[in-house]
Design a protein around this ligand. Structure first.
Ligand SMILES: *[C@@H]1O[C@H](CO)[C@@H](O)[C@H](O)[C@H]1NC(C)=O
Ligand SMILES: *[C@@H]1O[C@H](CO)[C@@H](O)[C@H](O)[C@H]1NC(C)=O
Length: 575
């Protein structure tokens, strides 16, 4: 009898091993701006997300899953490369240079970075991305596509190179460069006053600058303003663009059609590739503002457009999962669901009904190292290989997906650079008790705001805050006046001495430990040492989101007509 049990077990192990050694399909589902408190299986009782909840029941739910940044571009760059954005030049810089602002900018994910798609493609995977990209497009001309998904290891792209924006729904107030617009308005006022002063000065013969010089200067400055006025007026055409591979197929984006198109494209990609290993990243436009929601889901939830939009995304996930589950791919597909960062607390147009929830965590999108902006949902399902209905509370990162899928696909990690992501499989399968992240560094743009330390000897996660945002108006828990909180300067608090939280029992970061305790000093010293070691690994790299790399440049504008007359619409294609 015992021998039969043994044989049976051995056979079982072999089967499991076989499943694990065969290259699995990888399906990555990434939401935009979705808070951890917006989902049923993370405790929301009023938004219905049955499909995401089912993934959690059938897989592993991570409850300390951390984004590398609390805004889109840097977080996505880190996800794709497994590296802190500070290493790739994608971290952002002060004064509103936090994400890529236009399609027609030269900044983006540097061509010499290796995405997980590139690694898996070399291992024979069919690699696709459907939806939002937001890590750059061109370098020097409108069709060099240096930062395009197809130049970063994907063989198929359908979606928007930038992001969904309020500008794509014409009735909404623009959301580009809010801080910069204030600067522009200030500059315009200074300009008008200067011109008036000069004219008055000339009239009363107080100054002797020739009229010619004044005229030419005024003309130049007016052209500068014209440039911005035209740019803003044409934003829906410049920024709301849909591409299929290298072709612009919709300009401006038909936002009403986009949800259905994304599902159709994702299902078609899965069906086309069912006989070979594939990697598909579905990068949803949901639930970024303007929360455009189709009729079927509008008015259905208890949370206004925000809830409707979230439920619509869950429905889209359900439809995509059908292709996996009913297509016999379920045992051979690793499915992952996450959000690029926490929910947006400022809300759409400042409306309290249209903002996300980050549950018990403090802060949200664009708030540096505060937990609410970086702790996101993270679920992995691989039937038969990963345990079902399991929760893991150890620190993990979105960057870990890089290392995990590279390894599962049989690839090797780049050896000439630091990869910050860790292989998740040992933790997910319960082979090790802790994650490999001893320290995690929480940046806001290029400023280090906080550090987390997983001290395994005491089973405690500590968090040190060096900098945190000042809310405006004060105490509001958000930065309504500038839409995104600042990362440096007058609108942040520099904590000297730094604040220390025991994150294991103070999840909401409400009770900093007394600074005169021995414990405080011990933890602070350990973390300071880790920061110094980390700093020693950083090299100076070109700032991709800064200044001229992030200003609209007409030569780089994707356009499906003859520039500046860019408009087109793809017929409903049968996929
Ligand atoms: C997946 O694996 C389970 C358990 O081994 C098996 O019952 C099921 O039929 C498999 N499904 C498919 C589609 O292969
Ligand atoms: C569910 O999400 C909505 C929208 O973000 C939020 O208003 C509500 O407070 C959440 N409910 C819970 C129990 O977290």
């Amino acid at each position: 009898m015992a021998i039969f049990t043994f044989l049976f077990l051995a056979l079982g192990l072999c089967l499991v091993n076989e499943a694990a050694t065969q290259k699995p399909n990888i399906l990555l589902l990434l939401a935009d701006d979705l808070g951890i408190g917006d989902i049923g299986c993370y405790g929301n009782t009023t938004i219905r997300t049955p499909n995401i909840d089912r993934l959690a029941r059938e897989g592993v739910k991570l409850t300390q899953h951390i984004a590398a940044a609390s805004v889109c571009t840097p977080s996505r760059a880190a996800f794709l490369t497994g590296r802190y954005p500070i290493r790739t030049g994608m971290a952002g810089h002060a004064n509103g240079y936090t994400v890529l602002n236009f399609n027609a900018v030269s900044g983006g994910l540097p061509t010499n970075e290796t995405t997980f798609a590139k690694i898996l493609k070399e291992q024979g995977y069919s690699t696709g991305i459907i939806g939002k990209w937001h890590v750059g497009l061109n370098c020097n001309s409108r069709d060099d596509f240096c930062h395009h998904p197809l130049n970063h290891g994907f063989d198929y792209f359908y979606g928007t190179p930038l992001s969904l924006m309020n500008d794509c729904e014409v009735s909404r107030p623009s959301e580009v460069h809010n801080a910069f617009k204030n600067t522009l308005w200030f500059q315009a006022q200074v300009f008008i006053i200067t011109v008036l002063t000069l004219i008055a000065g000339k009239k009363w013969k107080l100054i002797s600058i020739p009229w010619k010089i004044i005229g030419i200067s005024a003309l130049c400055v007016s052209m500068y303003f014209m440039y911005w006025i035209v740019t803003y007026a044409f934003l829906p055409y410049w920024n709301c663009v849909v591409m299929r591979n290298f072709d612009v197929v919709e300009q401006p984006m038909d936002i009403e059609r986009s949800a259905g198109q994304i599902v159709r494209e994702a299902k078609a990609f899965i069906n086309r590739n069912r006989d070979r290993p594939f990697l598909l990243l579905v990068s949803f436009l949901h639930i970024h503002t303007p929360h455009y929601t189709t009729k079927e889901f509008r008015g259905r939830s208890q949370h206004d457009l925000y809830g409707d939009n979230t439920e619509e995304m869950d429905g889209m996930i359900g439809q995509i999962l059908e292709s996996i589950d009913q297509g016999g791919l379920i045992n051979n597909t690793l499915t992952y669901f996450a959000s690029d960062h926490g929910g947006y607390l400022e809300g759409m147009d400042g409306s309290p009904h249209l903002k996300g929830s980050n549950g018990i965590y403090r802060g949200g999108k664009g708030m540096g190292g505060l937990e609410g902006g970086i702790r996101v949902p993270g679920i992995l399902r691989w039937t038969g290989v990963l345990p079902a209905n399991t929760e893991i509370d150890k620190p993990t990162s979105l960057m870990d997906i890089y290392t995990t899928v590279a390894k599962l696909g049989g690839g090797i990690l780049p050896q000439d650079r630091i990869i910050d992501g860790k292989d998740l499989m040992p933790l997910l399968q319960g082979r090790v008790p802790n994650s490999d992240h001893e320290f995690m560094f929480h940046y806001c743009e290029e400023y280090l705001h906080a550090v987390r330390w997983q001290q395994t000897s005491s089973d405690t996660v500590w968090k040190i805050h060096y900098i945190s945002p000042k809310f405006s108006p004060e105490g509001a828990g958000a930065c309504y006046t500038s839409k995104l909180c600042a990362c440096s300067g007058e609108m942040v608090i520099y904590h000297v001495p730094p604040l220390l939280y025991n994150l294991s029992n103070d999840l909401s970061e409400n009770h900093p430990l007394p600074i005169d305790s021995e414990l405080y000093n011990e933890v602070l010293q350990t973390v300071q040492k880790a920061v110094a070691d980390h700093n020693a690994t950083l090299n100076a790299v070109p700032q991709q989101l800064y200044k001229f790399n992030n200003l609209w440049d007409p030569r780089l504008q994707p356009c499906c007509g003859i520039f500046p007359f860019c408009w087109c619409k793809e017929e409903n294609t049968k996929l």
